[in-house]
Design a protein around this ligand. Sequence first.
Ligand SMILES: C[S@@+](CC[C@H](N)C(=O)[O-])C[C@H]1O[C@@H](n2cnc3c(N)ncnc32)[C@H](O)[C@@H]1O
Length: 500
Amino acid sequence: MHAAIDALARDLAAAGLTSEGVRALVGDDADAALARMVAEPARRAALRRPGARSTLLQAFVLGDPVPEAAMAEALPAMGVDGALALGIVGRRAGRVPLVAPLVAIRPHAFRDALGKGEWWIASDLDELAGVAPLRPDHVLGVGGAARTLASLLPPLPVDRALDLGTGCGVIALHLRRLASRVVATDISERALWFTGLNARLNGVDGIETRLGSLFAPVAGERFDLIASNPPFVITPRAEGVPAYEYRDGGATGDGLMAAVVGGLAAHLAPGGDARLLGNWETVADEAGIDRVRAWAAGLDAWAIERESLDPVRYAELWLRDGGTLPRDEAHDALLDAWLDDFEARGVSAVGMGWLALRLPATGGASLDRFERLPQAIALEHAGAHLAAAFDAAAWLAGLDDGALALERLERAPDVTEAHHQLPGAAGPNVIELRQGGALGRTLSVDTALAALVGACDGELPVGVLIGAIAGLLEVDEPILAADLLPRVRELVLTGFLRAA
Ligand SMILES: C[S@@+](CC[C@H](N)C(=O)[O-])C[C@H]1O[C@@H](n2cnc3c(N)ncnc32)[C@H](O)[C@@H]1O
């Protein structure tokens, strides 16, 4: 099998089936349509420009059958027989002999914590290839969730990493850029087959696949980094509701999330990090984000809720994801099943977001932050920022306000200040600090804090700067220090300021 996959990689490379190659073949508009899961413009373009790249694009990107002779030309190293033996195509009868793809193989250009790269990612044929409804054991290709999770990873070298629920293995590939060894687990043998295929196809070694549920395949083992985009979709356990392995872990409510987060402490090495995506329910009066706090007991935790949906909108989202639209016959009965389940368990909302967690190397947890951040966030700085925030939290936990006042701090280079002023006013009515990087926050600050941030260039201790500002503003220094120092902590944690 290895020789066949290596031959496939040579053929894909020789044909130029790269992101750039696809764009060059089909043009910018058709390429953009592909990203929106619209295949027809790319199909029209490919049919006008026959050749190996066009054949491979039609088959493995768009999911179309192609003439066997064209496939033979496009796969000179692997050959059609090799592709049949590997199980990536099947023969189809036609006016001319055809081969039809059994999997998608798409170029995936990415930028993660370490920079840009590109892989071919094989997965199951999907909506772009006209497949609906999906098979229950459908293995996802690269989606927005995987891209987000990849960008949240800390950009630091580690020894061992775990990808729990690996699917096609794209997160395991990202982890391998950071870790010397990666274990990728899944309950789906098919998913692990894809993970093995994708690792070999991209010449990546050091990824070990293991079959089993949750942490069972890694019982007794600890990892420096755990990443998971778990099957967190809350699904009613009722007759006739389809269960998709890729999104539904089989638990009631958000029980699967609770099990994944709850299992981290026993599987992280001291000082080890975890990055997860997830959903959490607000049950009775207990906000979902507070329930996450209980699951993460003993860990440093930063939960970021990006969106909260009411039960109806949540059900609509996942019905649509499963291909069921309001006009479909099954729609209302399925919607009822979702709403019955939420009602029976007293669920009033579902939060969706990111979890960054760390097992403290020594002592107790020093970061306990649960917040809602609905604004658009450019993700390219998120992984580095979250990693730095955990270090900053540990540093701040060791400093009381007196000790913090003795520290020299500097402004992060991406911070700018904006003034808003009513026409004719003598000075600004609103001062904002804005981050170009980190999580792209904008913060309204008063004159004293703006002056302090402006003065933080690493030269003088914070306490000295506060003394000078108190003199300028003619206010009591201890009162100003008591007001500013807690806010300085927040600015260090959120990446506006850092130790010089
Ligand atoms: C949302 S997909 C994530 C796939 C991939 N990591 C990504 O980010 O695109 C969730 C994966 O978890 C797997 N899975 C479902 N239940 C599981 C369980 N109990 N234990 C481990 N993996 C599970 C599914 O088969 C699926 O591959």
